[in-house]
Design a protein around this ligand. Structure first.
Ligand code: SF4
Ligand code: SF4
Length: 210
């Protein structure tokens, strides 16, 4: 197994995608006068799965920047998170457990947080490859604002499609155009932390005979 690390160019590409997303997010948030400040909720306890090696590797670039003790504490919290999720799932509930990266209410890896963490809150839209559109109304606070301001039909949501397309291209490049040959990623952040950085069983130019 070989650890998958992002090159400087790939890090630049991913940060550029995040920056574009940030601009889109701010455009919509400004239009609605929306912010998380003062919200009694904390969305870092939402249960999300993530799907790219690129983001997994970038998360680990952030983990490596922490002191060793902090890294150990983070992985310990991630293990506890997984136990709590398992308990919830065993009792038939969708887990709602605080993300292990959230320390004292703040994201410990803010620069390295994942795409989903960056899009939650405001209305957004995705057009799937089959042409079908999916709409996300935003969090409950945002939905209340939209309702109060009567902007349901006028607000232009965050358009995630081109950014997700760019992320898919980056992912494919990172996997040497053999994305289809590698196991699919479908992991919580905690699982990404407990498993360690992403590894590939075969690399550039090698065939998967296994
Ligand atoms: S996204 Fe919405 S629900 Fe979540 S913390 Fe921000 S305002 Fe609150
Ligand atoms: S990575 Fe950071 S922003 Fe994302 S859920 Fe965890 S603590 Fe929250």
């Amino acid at each position: 197994m070989k650890e998958l690390r992002l090159s400087l160019n790939e890090i630049g590409d991913l940060e550029d995608i995040y920056a574009e997303l940030q601009k889109e997010y701010e455009r919509v948030a400004d239009e609605l006068n929306f912010s998380c400040t003062g919200c009694p909720d904390n969305c870092c306890d939402s249960y999300f799965l993530h799907h790219t090696y690129a983001e997994w590797a970038y998360l680990w670039e952030g983990v490596r920047g922490l002191a060793e003790k902090e890294q150990e504490a983070l992985v310990d919290r991630a293990k506890k998170y997984l136990e709590a999720c398992e308990q919830a799932q065993l009792s038939g509930q969708r887990p709602q457990v605080m993300c292990p990266v959230n320390k004292d209410g703040l994201c410990q890896l803010y620069k390295h947080r994942l795409l989903v963490c960056r899009t939650h809150g405001v209305p957004a839209k995705i057009t799937r490859p089959d042409g079908q559109s999916m709409h996300f109304p935003g969090c409950f606070v945002c939905q209340e604002i939209v309702e109060k301001q009567g902007m349901k039909d006028t607000v232009r949501p965050v358009e995630r499609t081109p950014l997700l397309r760019r992320l898919a291209l980056l992912e494919n490049k990172l996997l040497h155009m053999k994305r289809h040959l590698h196991p699919k990623v479908k992991l919580t952040i905690a699982e990404m932390l407990v498993k360690g950085p992403p590894e590939l069983s075969f690399g550039c130019g090698e065939e998967n005979n296994g």
